[in-house]
Write a protein that binds this ligand. Structure first.
Ligand code: FES
Length: 505
């Protein structure tokens, strides 16, 4: 056993490490948190730390992502490098502080309970919303990174980990993420005691992992949850005392987060054809013809949340959220392209957020730097010295767009609708709210509808979840979950063809 110091900013903890232990495992066990987007496969290069002391030699994965110069400066991949004796590890602040406060957050000190909390347990982001139960008003929201990302950015790696005996850890991390999101709402001690009820929604995998249910059935054909029923428990967050309501799942990977969107967007009462897309790590597509409601889930969105993107990041300070041609300095058609970036907080761009990614791909496509098949000349376009858009980033956008459009087309066809029959289409999700409708339309993420028929709503799942804090709405949700039909895309012979077709720009 050797002494290992782990440091984040001014905070340091000391843990004992076995010879050959992975840095990432030591960090996870230290109480600090770090993301492992590719579940430690060494394929994303995002678990960088500065490490000094007795360490293993760098393997091929580290050499692929870390230059000789940076390696000399101590940069290592936490999921690859091992401690061989005493060592000191510093985590970059960004690996830990990824929380964000929703815009439109109001001071809460003067609010009086009883309170309800609506929790949208997303694969990547866990959002908590504070609701006063007497009037159902949502006062504030706070989001944190789902700490289960330590077991991988997407649900498959996490479910694999659960099957390999880590289900208790995943359950704990899910619960801790919820508690962290609630703590960040800024309630004082007295107010915290006034939290009486919480509703937690999420996709089927998040639901099963949080409740500690077996996930094997979600990983093999026909990919169904083992238990879809709603439940009311009072031991899920902050020990006991808060009654936590978990609404039912719809089917397949379509969970209660999609159900929340259906409620908030009024699917049950729509008389005209209507559709919505919840853009998250999983993209849920929902369509009604005014009678039936169909819902499908696609593995669409890690790209939109900055995962699997070389310079991807969430929409925090320094993230590019949109890009356009700088017309002022572009006096001649033939002049080299000058672009203007919109960066959160102003200043130098540190990475690319989901909406920025769509905007950049759309801009470079229009400028002829990316062709219709998605091929990018030169493989990389640098936006400053560190931040660039790569060929593989463009491929991720193509996959996400292909999946969402194909799902939309399959659902429309099943209801005998054409895209143009849609009265309205809503884009939602934490990313969906920031998206420029023009980019979505021009890239073909949405069908070619007139702009006024496409609306953008922030976090419909969280809002619908807030509505379910009311007993009657919760009962209503139960009926709606039975009414909504889950469409298994993998079983639709048309889906793959449409997916491939829709990958083109
Ligand atoms: S390279 Fe370490 S988590 Fe992806």
């Amino acid at each position: 056993m050797a002494k290992i110091k782990i440091r984040v900013e001014k905070e340091t903890v000391e843990v004992c490490g076995k010879k050959g232990e992975l840095i990432a495992d030591l960090v996870l066990g230290s109480g600090f948190f770090m993301e492992r987007p590719c579940a430690g496969r060494g394929s994303c290069g995002k678990c960088r730390v500065i490490a000094r002391g007795a360490l293993s030699k760098p393997g091929p994965a580290e050499l692929k992502f870390i230059s000789k110069k940076n390696f000399k400066a101590g940069l290592r991949l936490a999921c690859q490098a091992r401690v061989m004796g005493e060592a000191e590890i510093s985590l970059p602040t960004g690996a830990v502080v990824t929380d964000k406060i929703f815009s439109g957050a109001y001071p809460v000190e003067s609010l009086k309970g009883p309170f309800g909390i609506a929790v949208d347990l997303g694969t990547t982001t866990v959002a908590a919303f504070l609701v006063t139960l007497r009037d159902g008003i949502i006062h504030k929201g706070n989001a944190v990174l789902n700490q289960q990302t330590g077991f991988g950015a997407e649900v498959i790696s996490r479910m694999e980990a659960a099957c390999q005996g880590r289900s208790k850890d995943l359950k704990r991390l899910g619960r801790e993420s919820i508690e962290k999101a609630i703590s960040g709402l800024g309630l004082n001690r007295g107010q915290l005691k006034e939290i009486k009820r919480a509703v937690v929604v999420g996709n089927s995998a998040m639901h099963h992992l949080l409740l500690g249910l077996p996930v094997e059935s979600l990983m093999k054909l026909p990919f169904q949850p083992i238990d879809r029923k709603d439940r009311k428990i009072n031991t899920l967050v902050f020990g006991t005392g808060i009654e936590v309501w978990v609404p039912p799942l719809i089917g397949g990977f379509v969970g209660s987060d999609a159900l929340s969107c259906l409620i908030y967007l009024g699917f049950a009462t729509r008389k005209k054809p209507f559709a919505a897309v919840d853009l998250g790590t999983n993209g849920e597509v929902m369509v009604t013809d005014g009678k039936e409601i169909l819902v499908a889930s696609t593995a669409a969105g890690p790209a939109f949340e900055g995962v699997n993107i070389d310079c991807g990041m969430r929409a925090g300070r320094g993230a590019i959220t949109s890009a356009r041609r700088n017309e002022k300095s572009q006096t001649r058609e033939s002049a080299p392209l000058k672009i203007e970036l919109e960066v959160i907080g102003g200043g130098k761009a540190k990475g690319i957020a989901g909406s920025g990614l769509l905007s950049l791909v759309n801009l470079f496509r229009k400028e002829g730097k990316i062709d219709a098949t998605g091929r990018m000349r030169g493989g990389k376009i640098f936006l400053n010295r560190q931040v660039y858009l790569s060929q593989s980033d463009v491929r991720e956008v193509q996959k996400a767009k292909g999946a969402i459009r194909a799902a939309m087309e399959v659902l429309l066809r099943r209801l005998n609708l054409k895209a143009d029959d849609l009265d309205e289409l809503v884009l939602t999700g934490s990313f969906g709210a920031r998206i420029e409708v023009g980019d979505a339309l021009e890239l073909g993420l949405t069908p070619a509808l007139s702009r006024d028929r496409i609306k953008v709503f922030a976090n419909a799942a969280g809002m619908g979840c807030g509505m379910m804090l009311k007993r009657e709405s919760f009962e209503f949700a139960r009926d709606l979950a039975r009414k909504a039909e889950h469409v298994e895309l993998y079983a639709d012979p048309d889906f793959i063809d449409r997916f491939i077709e829709n990958m083109r720009f």
